[in-house]
Structures are given as structure tokens and as C-alpha cells.
Ligand binder design. Structure first.
Ligand SMILES: Cc1ncc(COP(=O)(O)O)c(C=O)c1O
Length: 432
């Protein structure tokens, strides 16, 4: 199927049904129930290679780490591992999953702007690759812990580069007024403090400027800031930044009308810019780290729902109400996110109507898509929403005590259940 938003294996089969990874989505919905997250392995693997292939050619001294927060599921992380990516974790829970999936410990980076003492302890005990220190309080906490445990931690400092990426305000993370990171003007001072912290080994700098970014200028500016800091640090302290981590953030198409944004090409341009910059500034060959989330899993995911209600308010609005909503996909209420949809059992039919796809939760704002073109919908139809692989399952919640959906992985006509649907018992498991 010619689409920018659907997984690369998406087809309309002989029955006229939507097919992903060689699997009929209607059969998937019947077998596993809805809502159902479907992840396409081929798209996932291609997305990993969109990073690793250009980097291998242009800047071999690199590391790509998957930002777990986009979708932290062991069955997905096992594929990430096969593709030799590392992982960025932001909590003890994400670390737990990542270790369970067998990701190389040296390639695990621990982020977060308020890691608890327990989480820092877990990071040290598991001897993970790096801890990315976000602020001075954390630095002191980690210093005390390494001394107490007689351990050394390799650390990066999270820099707030003061850059406004062109994306939604809620996913901008590198502007001056941000809860994340240490202001670039203070970095040198902090590096000097670390010299007196015997358990901490400063190895480099990190920044993350935001998410769903569809242009490269902000990345070039970020590379400029980080490499300037590396020069300053070398000059003033003699310390070399052996690693420069420029974060994640490259965007994906959520609507077919989005301009084509080629991740492979973007990664190649970033790698070339980095290579030229470190050469021109005489910084040797630091390890270049990229930590994508959305652009690895986003397009690989499709969510299937069953239509339960079609409500027409003449001359006002036509609602197609599905059996999921903000509980399995909170991105619309958080960011006014946009999506493409189709009726999977009428995939070859014309999209003749403009409807609002609403959810089943007790909030008027629980709308998945406003004013979407859709085939005429009937109760019992299976509705598919594309590009839901990132920040959907990982942000899902149990509002209204609705169990979280199952996740299946599809490849070459085979399907594997990688997360079971929650049960009512799961919802009350911790209640006393
Ligand atoms: C520190 C850090 N790295 C990487 C990412 C991944 O970003 P994206 O999913 O946009 O690639 C995030 C997302 O918020 C982040 O906070």
C-alpha cells in the first residue's frame, strides 16, 4: 500500500481487508480481541537500520540507543537487541525490562530529571554503561552513593543547550526555561566539581532538544553548542569529552499530507555535520550517540478497535465511537495529536464521510481523531489507526478501570502475542 503512515508491509488482501505483516487484521481482531496494538517487525527492523546503516558509512564511532519510553516491552527490546542497539532508560522499571531483554549493559544509558536514590543504586549494582546526570542535586546524591558503595560511575552531563526546536511546546526539552538539564553556562563549573568526586568519571555530554522534530537546523545548533562546550572543557580542565549524545527527537508522518521526511537521509546529514564539526574544531573522534524512540517504533504500530456506536447529529457531527480511546492513546488529549484511520474490513472502499472518531471513556475530550475522512462506518466494523507504535502503549492508563490492550508482533504471516491483555484481576492485584 502506498502510505507514509502505515507499516511498510501494509496491504489490502483479496478479501478487501487490511493486512499487516502478512496477517489479516480482521482475523487478528477476532483472535485477540480489541483494542489491539499490532506491531510490524519488518518496519521496526527497517527503522533501526535507517539509523545504523548511514552511521556505519559516515561515522563508524557511533552508538544508537533506543529510547525505551516510546515503547518499553520486552518483546520489542529483543528485536532492538538483535539490531545491536543500546537502550535509554528513565526509570527503574524501564531498566528492569531492558535487563530482562538482555540488552548489553554497557549500552544502557540512565536518563531522568529526578532519579531516586533506589534507582541510582540499581543502576550502580547492575553496572550499566552510563548515568546521565541531570542536575546538581543528583550529582551530589550519586557522589555520596558511589562512595558508600565503593563503586565508580561513568557519567554524562545533561546540558540544557537553550535551543527551541520547532515542535509542540510540551515536547520541547532544550529551551532555556526547562526542567531538564544543566544550563550550558554552568557546565564547566560542574565539570570542575566532578574533579573532586572520586567515584564519578566524567565521560561526556548529552542534550535532547525535543520530539517530533521535522527539520535539522536545531540539531546543527545543538551539535554546535555541545562541541563548543567540549572545547571549553578541554581547555579549562584538560578533560576530553569522549562521548557526545545528541538525544532523539526525529519525527514521523502522522498524516499522509505531511511532507516526506526521510529518516535515513536525516541521520546521514546529522552524521556528516557531526563529523565535519569535530574535525574542524580539533576534537578528535568522540563517540556519537543518537537515542531515537518515535522514529523506531511509531510507524510500526497500528491500533485496531471495534466500532460500537455510530451517532449522527444531523448538520453538526457524526461520531464513530470505538471500544478504546484516551486510555490506550492519550496523545490526542496531551498534544492534540493527529492520526490517519481506515475501516480495516472496508479498506478498499472509498472514504466518503467526514466523522469524529471518539473513545469510550467518560471525558468529552476523549476523541481520537477529529474530522477524519472515513468509509461509511457500521457497528461491528474494525477501525485501524496508524502510526500508534510510539507513546501509546507506554502512555496507556487504566482510567475508568479499563484493562490495557494486548500487543501482538506480526511478521511474514505469523503472529506472536508479546503482551497479554490485562484482566480485571490485574487491575485490583495491589488493592488490600
Ligand atoms: C532524553 C531523551 N532521549 C530520547 C528521547 C526520544 O525522543 P523521540 O521519541 O522523539 O525520538 C526522549 C523523549 O522524550 C528523551 O527525553
Amino acid at each position: 500500500m502506498n502510505s507514509k503512515v502505515a507499516p511498510v508491509t501494509t496491504e489490502i488482501n483479496k478479501k478487501g481487508n487490511l493486512e499487516i505483516g502478512g496477517c489479516d487484521t480482521i482475523s487478528l481482531a477476532e483472535k485477540f480481541g480489541t483494542p489491539l496494538y499490532v506491531m510490524d517487525e519488518k518496519t521496526l527492523v527497517e527503522n533501526c537500520r535507517n539509523y545504523t546503516e548511514p552511521l556505519k558509512k559516515i561515522y563508524p564511532k557511533h552508538l544508537v540507543i533506543f529510547a525505551n519510553k516510546a515503547m518499553c516491552v520486552t518483546g520489542i527490546l529483543k528485536i532492538i537487541k538483535k539490531e545491536e542497539l543500546g537502550a535509554d532508560v528513565v526509570s527503574g522499571g524501564e531498566l528492569f525490562n531492558t535487563l530482562a531483554a538482555g540488552i548489553n549493559k554497557e549500552k544502557i544509558y540512565f536518563h531522568g530529571n529526578n532519579k531516586s536514590p533506589q534507582e541510582l543504586k540499581e543502576a550502580l549494582e547492575n553496572k550499566i554503561g552510563r548515568i546521565v546526570v541531570d542536575n546538581l542535586d543528583e550529582l551530589k546524591r550519586l557522589d555520596a552513593l558511589t562512595k558508600k558503595q565503593k563503586k565508580t560511575a561513568k557519567i554524562l552531563l545533561r546540558v540544557n543547550p537553550g535551543i527551541e526546536a520547532h515542535t509542540h511546546e510540551f515536547v520541547q526539552t532544550g529551551k532555556v526555561n526547562s526542567k531538564f538539564g544543566i544550563a550550558k553556562e554552568q557546565i564547566l563549573h560542574v565539570v570542575k566539581l566532578i574533579e573532586h568526586m572520586s567515584g564519578l568519571d566524567f565521560v561526556g555530554l548529552h542534550a535532547h532538544i525535543g520530539s517530533q522534530i521535522l527539520g535539522l537546523d536545531s540539531y546543527y545548533a545543538e551539535i554546535g553548542v555541545l562541541t563548543d562546550l567540549a572545547i571549553q572543557i578541554k581547555k579549562e580542565t584538560g578533560k576530553t569529552c569522549g562521548e557526545i549524545n545528541i538525544g532523539g527527537g526525529l519525527g514521523i508522518a502522522y498524516l499522509e499530507e505531511y511532507p516526506l521526511f526521510d529518516i535515513k537521509d536525516a541521520v546521514a546529514k546529522i552524521a556528516q555535520y557531526f563529523k565535519d564539526t569535530v574535525k574542524n574544531k580539533g576534537l578528535g573522534e568522540p563517540l556519537l550517540i543518537l537515542e531515537p524512540g518515535r522514529s523506531i517504533v511509531g510507524r510500526a504500530g497500528v491500533t485496531l478497535y471495534t466500532v460500537g456506536v455510530v451517532k449522527d447529529i444531523p448538520a453538526v457531527e457524526k461520531y464513530v465511537v470505538v471500544d478504546g480511546g484516551m486510555g490506550d492513546n492519550p496523545r490526542q488529549i496531551l498534544y492534540s495529536a493527529k492520526y490517519e484511520t481506515t475501516i480495516a474490513n472496508k479498506a478498499s472502499h472509498k472514504k466518503e464521510e467526514t466523522v469524529t472518531v471518539a473513545g469510550r471513556y467518560c471525558e468529552s475530550g476523549d476523541v481520537l481523531i477529529k474530522d477524519s475522512k472515513l468509509q461509511p462506518a457500521e457497528v461491528g466494523d474494525t477501525l485501524a489507526i496508524f502510526a500508534t507504535g510510539a507513546y501509546n502503549y507506554s502512555m496507556a492508563m487504566n482510567y475508568n478501570q479499563v484493562p490495557k490492550p494486548a500487543v501482538v508482533l506480526v511478521k511474514s504471516g505469523k503472529v506472536k502475542l508479546i503482551v497479554k491483555r490485562q484482566t480485571y484481576k490485574d487491575l485490583v492485584r495491589n488493592e488490600l
